[in-house]
Design a protein around this ligand. Sequence first.
Ligand SMILES: *Cc1c(COP(=O)(O)O)cnc(C)c1O
Length: 367
Amino acid sequence: MQVPFLDLKVQYRQIEAELKPILEDIMANGAFIGGPQVSAFEEEFAAFCGGGHCVGLNSGTDALRFALMAAGVGPGEEVITVPHTFIATTEAISQAGAVPVFVDIEPATCTMDVAQISRRITSKTRAIVPVHLYGQPADMDPILEIARKHQLAVIEDACQAHGALYKGRPAGSMGVAGCFSFYPGKNLGAFGDAGAVVTADANLAQTMRMLREHGQSRKYYHDMEGYTGRLDAVQAAVLRLKLRRLANWNRARRENAARYTKHLAEVPGVTVVTEAEYAQAVYHLYVILVDDRDGLQKFLNGKGVGTNLHYPLPLHLQKAYAHRGFKKGDFPVSERTAERLLSLPMFAELTPPQIEYVVDCIKEYMK
Ligand SMILES: *Cc1c(COP(=O)(O)O)cnc(C)c1O
């Protein structure tokens, strides 16, 4: 049996018939930038995230960067985040002119260890960026409490967590801004690069609208320098059709995850990344931890099972941050997690027999 890591073709077939006339209309009218598709998507996605404003952008990285800049983060300041994430999180911090400062993760959930935040706060700290990794929110209440006490902005990296809940609150709705990626493989994916920020703060939204459009307040009048950072009409049209199906797809992902967990919980040597009591995760990724990770990955590959590593090297040990002088042992939970993690096939349309086949292969190897 072949079990792909991800199957975007089967998702496309579900929207194909509805999408084609909409795309033809966009092309026939030459309305590629801005327009009704973009503003309608922004309204619909804001509502999906619990209200407020949504600013459509061209990537999740720009969402993080613009949110940080609009919140006033700049040169000479520090932003606290985790080393166990995709590098876009820290790129955005550096590109806003600030310095990423790391705290380690919790071993069970792979999200920010909130007990470590306070000791990293200095007079230069300006913001905290929790990452809702694998589709599970970080423990937001303690983070928001620390931020309130020290007057820090909380900017959520919700790039993997569209529709996830923290004590009933949507991911991206708890900090001053929530940042989303619509990279094709995300739970809500465009036909290319796309992203968005949601925020309850109208001024913040206005600043980000200017940042995405060369700093202009009206056409060719520039209050500041900005970027080419817009969401385009084709991506917005695709995202609108997929957004209507997202709750169902997320439900299917949760069912698939439950099926994996039920079977894998009894396999000695396999640890499953735990769903926290406070969370309703949307399983962008389904990740297990095993000692002989490389061996298991090779074995599964030989059996036709697609897997991936998210992520194999923590950010503090990446060459890009060699100048910071981090060393092995600085963030031991992140390091040990990176050595042992393995992402299994996960998408809404995965079937029970496929999941059982993956589980059987894992059992066979672990024996
Ligand atoms: C995908 C992702 C991003 C960046 O999104 P892009 O759209 O690829 O720029 C940022 N953070 C995390 C955790 C992500 O998974």
